[in-house]
Design a protein around this ligand. Structure first.
Ligand SMILES: Nc1ncnc2c1ncn2[C@@H]1O[C@H](COP(=O)(O)OP(=O)(O)OP(=O)(O)O)[C@@H](O)[C@H]1O
Ligand SMILES: [Mg+2]
Length: 398
């Protein structure tokens, strides 16, 4: 009987069976497994297919959809806690699991803020956290009417649900460009937000781990560079960031984590404005691309702290190991990804490489590389050179 099997007391016998159920079999779950192995914490996975990135490395993997309540019940059965590789579990299913007595971390109320951008904007407003000005709009005419309140065009339209990697975000110069946003939202049962276009100086991000007991570990503020809606590079810490603004950004993350009762990793994407303020762009409640640098660059990785947090164990130090750490994503380019190995590994024995076991498609995130050291320019050049080789591009982008 899976639905009502009681959650196991984890620490009585952690090797008897799965301790943490992870919904989703992508690269985040795969990297969670690395941390779980070191901690000696068995994972069980609900993967979308038998060969997904994480299913390749988690022996106890069930195949099923995150939208299938029976599959969720099966993966949760006997585990101490359920956590997530993505946000695509319907809220009603999370409620049903809770009724069964399953512990989900983060819980359904918190997670809703990472699933729905309208709920997020309202929640952040309630916490007094600064965000870009926004309006809920239902027609191009409503976009036109809201424009003066949002600083005029260009404006940013966002689907309230289902977006990732810039899909679900449209920058428009007039209300006549609003059609695709409404069409996409209607197709997925979502609504549309209009946001002020922030002419940001750069994008920042902060990860914080928070446990149910309320312990928090906040990582250094990083700079993230997106191209075509996809994260390309993360620099830890954000170069030249005013220490007071760094503290303010970390404080924002702590306020949100506590205010929304987030458990596990919360990632907060921020805009640094040219006026020297930070505005929250969006939230993720799971390990995040802007925290991948921490695997090699921090004392405790975001993946390990996510597991510690959802198990309500004491958190590890989020401190950086080196003055500078740079992570660059490896995007699908050349078909034969591993052909890059001899050159990349020989050229830079200090480089850290993470490939996700995913098939290569142009532009798809298939891995990342991390370099760290004392000289930012050198560290960046090393990371970009390696990523360029894997991507099959000649050019270093540093
Ligand atoms: N209000 C805004 N003003 C200017 N640029 C914006 C604004 N909102 C979003 N962007 C740009 O679009 C990118 C994607 O937006 P957002 O993070 O909301 O979407 P997403 O597709 O959900 O992203 P993710 O891949 O992080 O889930 C941001 O990283 C930023 O570069
Ligand atoms: Mg984003």
């Amino acid at each position: 009987m899976t639905a009502t099997a009681p959650a196991r007391e984890l620490w009585s016998s952690p090797v008897d069976g799965p301790a943490v159920a992870v919904v989703g079999g992508g690269q985040l779950a795969r990297m969670m497994q690395q941390a779980a192995m070191a901690l000696g914490v068995p994972l069980r996975l609900l993967a979308e297919g038998p060969d997904t990135s994480a299913a390749q490395v988690v022996p106890d993997a069930l195949v099923g959809s995150p939208a299938d309540l029976d599959a969720l019940r099966a993966v949760a059965a006997g585990c101490a806690v359920v956590t997530f590789d993505h946000e695509h579990v319907p809220a009603a299913h999370l409620e049903a699991l809770r009724t069964d007595g399953v512990v989900c971390r983060p819980g359904p109320e918190a997670l809703l803020h990472a699933q729905d951008k309208l709920v997020m904007r309202r929640g952040l407003g309630g916490l007094g956290v600064a965000c870009p000005a926004w309006r809920l709009v239902d027609t191009p005419a409503a976009v036109e009417r809201s424009a003066p309140d949002l600083g005029g065009f260009p404006l940013v339209l966002k689907s309230t649900r289902g977006g990732y990697d810039g899909k679900g975000v449209w920058v428009i110069d007039s209300a006549s460009g609003a059609g695709p946003a409404f069409a996409a939202a209607a197709g997925s049962g979502a609504q549309v937000l209009a946001e002020a276009y922030v002419d940001f100086a750069r994008e920042l991000a902060v990860c914080v781990a928070r446990s149910p007991s309320g312990q928090t570990a906040v990582y250094p503020v990083v700079e993230s560079v997106q191209r075509d809606g996809v994260c390309r590079e993360v620099v830890a810490p954000a170069p030249g960031l005013d220490p007071e603004l760094a503290l303010a950004a970390q404080q924002v993350a702590l306020t949100i984590a506590g205010g929304l009762d987030v458990t596990g990793i919360l990632a907060v994407e921020l805009f640094e404005t040219s006026a020297g303020a930070v505005l929250v762009n969006e939230l993720a409640m799971r390990p995040h691309n802007t925290g991948h640098w921490s695997i090699d660059g921090a004392v405790t990785s975001q993946f390990e702290n996510h597991l510690r947090a959802v198990l309500d164990l004491p958190l590890g130090s989020p401190r950086a190991r080196a003055p500078w750490t740079v992570m660059v994503n490896v995007l699908g380019g050349v078909e034969e990804l591993y052909a890059g190995y001899p050159h990349v590994l020989a050229r830079d024995p200090a480089l850290r490489v993470h490939l996700y076991g995913k098939s290569v498609r142009p532009g798809r995130k298939v891995g990342h590389v991390t370099a760290y050291g004392d000289d930012l320019d050198q560290v960046r050049a090393r990371a970009w050179h390696a990523a360029a080789w894997f991507n099959g591009t000649e050019e270093d982008n540093a």
